[in-house]
Design a protein around this ligand. Structure first.
Ligand code: LRH
Ligand code: MN
Length: 426
């Protein structure tokens, strides 16, 4: 389903009057609004290829129909999201779920939709049908050297697919760990994993990055071999300058202070990227900002505050991994992703409202009340008209969800693809 620019312009025209009133008010209330709008227009988030269909749990899956049946249709879906918000300009592939049959054709198709390829993801957390050795007891940590070699070879193959598509980074998330006390020699597991990551690291092209993603639990429920930011930082520091830590918001123990983790990883120059989502309990992979939008704002506040002039993760081409990682059990996958991108843009815009000098002054004088007034003042500012104005100027929709529904996109996809289609992924 192609949505032409005219259709978007016509849909915007009906909302323009109301938008102008809201934006004019926001504009008068906001210092440096033009700079903020430009930074929002330049900001791009990568959409996960594995989250374009209906997700599920072990208890059930309720597909909504019209899901992409191939990598080509996944690129079409992300292209549609990008058309509606001009902020979804990249796709992150998962191998082997999305092995491109013809990389050249896939690259051409992606370019037609204005999409780049963000990090490629390896998968040694499932056994593939044609796989010789099982990952039941782990992959890069495995006590069996042949299984470690199989996993290393897979990651090197994933890098090759990424090179063919123009990607510049590899995300390694390991489900490795243990389920029972006594099961694992933690030290040997770490050493095997590090040694294996080093073999993958040397296969990285010089301008590539490796993102080491940590997770506190699941599918192992006693220990994870890359279980928290400290362990991930240890790996990334021992591996070398091309290795970084990736922060998936859902991969922390309850009440972890993620904004503090982000601040320190930035300080160390080892924050490589994010998997944005939200959660109330475990790795719930819910819509970004749907449960704890204040935490998302506080994370962006650290990102905006911690940005060095010559080393900004926000700079285009910084190679920083701004990525969503979600799973949609009850929402339409595309509506869910549109909401997630909106939440990220709102948090980023609010963080740009924080008066950094005044905040630092309050901190130095231990004026705790003033410090809170400054950051909550930004958080409690309705920046949605500014985010919508950025979309409008970028040629996107003032209301992405509004036009998605008014055009009945899901029904159109069901018409094209059928009700029972299943997308590869989670
Ligand atoms: C693990 C994870 C990882 C992906 C997978 C799809 O929970 O966050 O990033 O490989 O989800
Ligand atoms: Mn993730």
């Amino acid at each position: 389903m192609i949505i032409s620019q005219n259709i978007i312009d016509d849909h915007n025209a009906k909302q323009l009057a109301k938008h102008k009133i809201l934006f004019d008010f926001a504009k008068n209330e906001t210092e440096g609004v033009e700079n903020i709008i430009q930074r929002l227009i330049d900001f791009q988030v990568a959409i996960p290829s594995w989250a374009l269909g209906t997700g599920g749990t072990r208890f059930g899956r309720f597909p909504g129909g019209g899901e992409p049946r191939s990598l080509e249709e996944k690129i079409e879906d992300v292209g549609l999201l990008h058309k509606l918000n001009k902020t979804s300009g990249a796709i992150s592939l998962h191998i082997p779920w999305d092995i491109p049959t013809s990389p050249k054709d896939i690259q051409t198709l992606a370019a037609q939709h204005g999409l780049a390829f963000d990090a490629v993801n390896s998968n040694t957390f499932q056994d593939q049908a044609d796989q010789a050795l099982t990952y039941k007891f782990g992959s890069l940590q495995n006590v069996n050297k042949a299984i470690r070699k199989q996993a290393i070879d897979h990651n090197i193959e994933v890098i090759k697919h990424g090179i063919d598509l123009g990607s510049k980074s590899l995300t390694v998330w390991l489900s490795d760990g243990s389920c029972f006390p006594g099961q694992l020699n933690f030290r040997k597991a770490f050493e095997n994993t590090l040694e294996s990551l080093q073999e993958i690291y040397v296969a990285l092209p010089s301008d590539w990055k490796m993102f080491v993603e940590y997770k506190a639990f699941e599918p192992n429920f006693y220990s994870m071999t890359v279980g928290d930011w400290g362990q991930s930082l240890l790996y990334a520091s021992k591996l070398g300058e091309k290795a970084y830590t990736l922060v998936d918001l859902g991969h922390h123990l309850p009440n972890a202070n993620i904004e503090q983790i982000v601040s320190l990883l930035m300080m160390e120059g080892k924050l490589g990227g994010f998997h944005f989502n939200d959660s109330k309990y475990g790795d719930d992979d819910l819509t970004v900002g749907s449960i704890n939008p204040y935490q998302l704002f506080l994370i962006f506040n650290e990102l905006t505050q911690g940005t060095q002039p010559n080393n900004s993760p926000f700079e285009l081409g910084s190679g920083f991994g701004w990525m969503i990682d979600a799973s949609h059990n009850i929402k339409d996958p595309l509506e869910d992703l549109l909401q997630s991108v909106e939440a990220i843009m709102v948090a980023y815009a609010q963080s740009l409202l924080v008066d950094a000098d005044a905040l630092e002054e309050a901190r130095i004088s231990n004026d705790v009340v003033k410090a809170q007034e400054i950051i909550q003042g930004a958080y409690r500012t309705d920046v949605r008209p500014i985010v919508a104005e950025a979309r409008l100027r970028a040629g996107a929709a003032i209301s992405p969800i509004g036009i998605f529904r008014d055009l009945n996109v899901r029904n159109a996809f069901i018409g094209e693809r059928g009700l029972k289609t299943v997308a590869t992924g989670l």
